[in-house]
Design a protein around this ligand. Structure first.
Ligand code: IVH
Length: 680
């Protein structure tokens, strides 16, 4: 026990859980971290240790239970207390206006002069019902058929922004509280995840699909590794809680510490304000962090809602006013096949260029042969192409078969690159080229390696990679690191200057941080996050090479799937030889920065704003983190200081209003190089 006044393990466990919950809330919901990562990790570690030593203190709502361990054996059914309904759709303005008229008509003389509405983004995710018993999350269920859903509690528990225990803002916690909302994934998280998927695993079509798949994982450790979020928007028994409007429902949800889409919700005083809000969200949807497919407009007054009631499966008091679909029709010119990093051969559509919701689309992935067969796509067909946000375009269906119709598509029986007969791994849809020396595989590997999030080899683009491989200058990955400037200068379209620059970026890649190297190896299931965890525990290439499956399993958030993938990769003699050759070629990854246990800024939260002379914002933030600070995106009372440069705006104003110290770069530099702390 670290604190003298805490006498029992039980007290300390309760104390730790409360502290961690508070920190989680500050970090995930308020975006205002209150402790350093190291401190947070320390609390978590202590809690895990105590819980392991005292199994009698186990509690399913403990923060340690978020990362599920044991796979469950399917989902049990969850009967909804109150059926989960769906919403009526309005496809255009006229339909919205007709709905509004109907609301007025049904309310008759009870309709106020102008009816106020609560206008919310229609999150494109998976609807979820959560039950809190005496403030503790006891059940999470999918919608299912509306009456009965699946019990996905273990998976939903892994959502970090979701409190396992409600906050009490003083108004009390009801003995039983059901709240509803949407589980979703941000566009950025979705794209990052798809970009790192092993080949052959078709990328998730859209964030909604991805969220759904992640919620329905039988192994909650898999869900835990997915960047799921949730936004709550309903309390079915709102009136019983004494809440009068949907606006207040959202306020109560937030007061319970539950995440909401508060930044995007509005109370609108009448129908024309709703229309203006719809216009604004329609125009701004690309810039929003998550996918929305429309706007949900709800009569704000819960009393009026009750009067309006339901018609069959839909409430009369709400409508989903959808955005126009982002679909276009074009001609499928050809179906080609690509060979990926691991030899997986995937079909792709070559399209007559077409504008889909403002973006010209001329290629679309087809994922695998089964998809082509399912859609029965053939060159010459007119096809519908859909695009969701920034997501890769999809061919969704044949609109009009070509005349005369081409023969059905078949996958090649030999690799289109090296001619090796293809193989199909058991239980996999994908077919692969088994030749590890296949030039297309090597090219794909090199592209992955050079990718900006991995080794970031500036200048090493697709064309150069193709030339290097096709000319036999690079036959294995280590060959890349043996290239010299002279060899590069002899290539097509390569001046002495570019050759020098590229040689420089290849040299620089040799000492990229270890997590980037681990991610660059392209091991199945190992993306940036897992790579960072591994590097923290095995802080050198040698340590990494020596990792056992058991050691991997001991790392936070590493489950059997990841551990098997990494251990299997490390055991492969070809990878052992490659690692030896890389080291011989001078590859020496920079070890991860030691977690700042006691940096000078430990326990402080800093915010960076404005333009800093000679230091880009990201570097400045890293610099502060290295000194032990937490860096937050917005100024609050929890901010210790603001580092402000030129042209600082609202954050500076906020800091001044709150009395948060504002420091310039020079002052912080002087402080961190041993000078006095510039504030109290
Ligand atoms: S209210 C009875 N609000 O849209 C009303 N639904 O098309 C229940 N959805 O099943 C839903 N954002 O999954 C509501 N702000 C929002 C929503 C929302 C997304 C989803 C929800 C629902 C579907 C209906």
């Amino acid at each position: 026990m670290t604190e003298g006044h805490i006498h029992s393990a039980r007290d300390r466990v309760l104390d730790l859980r409360r502290k961690i919950e508070d920190h989680d809330h500050s970090y995930y919901v308020l975006d205002r971290p209150t402790v350093s990562d190291a401190e947070y990790d320390g609390l978590m570690r202590e809690l895990r240790t105590l819980e392991a030593a005292h199994p009698e203190l186990a509690d399913p709502s403990s923060p340690t239970m978020r990362v599920g361990g044991k796979p469950s054996s399917g989902f049990s059914k969850a009967v909804h207390r109150v059926p989960m309904l769906s919403l009526e759709n309005a496809m255009d303005r006229d339909e919205f206006r007709a709905w509004h008229e109907r609301v007025r008509r049904v309310l008759g003389t009870e309709a106020p002069e102008s009816i106020a509405f609560h206008v919310e983004p229609k999150l494109d995710g998976i609807s979820m019902s959560l039950l809190y018993e005496n403030g503790v999350l006891v059940r999470a269920a999918t919608r299912g058929d509306g009456e009965t859903g699946e019990d996905v509690t273990a998976n939903i528990r892994t959502i970090r922004s979701l409190p396992l225990r409600l906050h009490d803002d003083g108004s009390g916690i009801p003995p039983l509280l059901e709240v509803r909302g949407e589980v979703y994934v941000t566009k950025a998280d979705f794209e990052a995840f798809n970009a790192r998927l092993p080949e052959g695993e078709p990328p998730y079509a859209n964030p909604r699909n991805f969220a759904g798949g992640s919620v329905r994982q039988l192994d909650s450790a898999v869900s835990a590794a997915r960047p799921l979020r949730i936004a709550l928007y309903a309390i079915p028994d709102g009136r019983a809680l004494g809440v009068a409007t949907q606006t207040d429902v959202l306020a109560r949800l937030a007061a319970f510490g539950l995440p909401t889409a508060s930044a995007w919700n509005r109370t609108c005083s009448d129908a024309s304000a709703c229309e203006a809000r719809w216009d604004a969200l329609d125009a701004g949807r690309d810039a929003m962090p998550f996918e929305i497919d429309g706007v949900v407009i709800k009569v704000d007054d819960l009393g009026l809602q009750e009067k309006l009631g339901f018609k069959s499966r839909e409430p009369r008091w709400a409508i989903a006013w959808k955005f126009a679909a982002r679909e276009a029709v074009t001609t499928l010119r050809d179906i080609i096949v690509n060979v990926g990093r691991t030899g997986v051969i995937t079909p792709a559509a070559v399209l007559e260029p077409v504008n889909v919701g403002g973006v010209t689309v001329s290629n679309a992935t087809l994922h695998n042969a089964e998809q082509v067969a399912r859609l029965d796509l053939r060159p010459g067909d007119r096809v519908a192409v859909a695009r969701a946000g920034d997501v890769i375009p999809q061919v969704v269906r044949v609109v009009e078969p070509g005349v005369p119709r081409s023969a059905p598509f078949t996958m090649p029986v030999v690799c289109p690159s090296c001619g090796t007969p293809v193989v199909r791994a058991e239980e996999e849809v994908a077919i692969r080229c088994p030749n590890r020396k296949c030039p297309e595989q090597l090219k794909a590997h090199l592209r992955h390696l050079a990718w900006k999030d991995n080794l970031d080899v500036d200048g090493l683009g697709d064309k150069l990679i193709a030339q290097l491989v096709d000319r036999g200058l690079v036959a294995t990955i280590p060959d890349l690191f043996r290239l010299d400037e002279t060899t590069l200068a002899e290539l097509d379209r390569m001046g002495a200057k570019s050759a020098a620059r590229i040689a420089g970026s290849i040299a620089a890649a040799k000492t990229r941080p270890l997590p980037r190297w681990i991610s660059a190896f392209g091991i199945r299931h190992v993306g940036a996050v897992v790579a960072a965890t591994i590097a923290d525990h095995a802080p050198s290439l040698d340590a990494f090479r020596g990792l056992s499956r058991e050691a991997l399993l001991g790392m936070p958030d590493v489950g059997e799937i990841v551990a098997d993938a990494v251990a299997g990769w490390l055991a492969d003699p070809e990878h052992v030889a490659m690692l030896d050759a890389l080291v011989a070629a001078g590859v020496a990854p920079e070890p991860p920065k030691r977690k700042t246990e006691g940096g000078p800024l430990k326990g402080m939260t800093a915010v960076v704003t404005g333009t800093l002379e000679g230091l880009d914002r990201r570097d400045a933030e890293q610099w502060l983190k290295d000194a032990g600070a937490k860096v937050a995106g917005s100024v609050s009372k929890a901010t210790t200081f603001v580092l402000a440069g030129e042209k600082a705006g609202s954050k500076l104003d906020k800091a001044r209003t709150l009395g948060v110290p504002v420091l310039d770069l020079e002052t912080v530099r002087a402080w961190l190089s041993g000078g006095p702390k510039p504030f109290e």
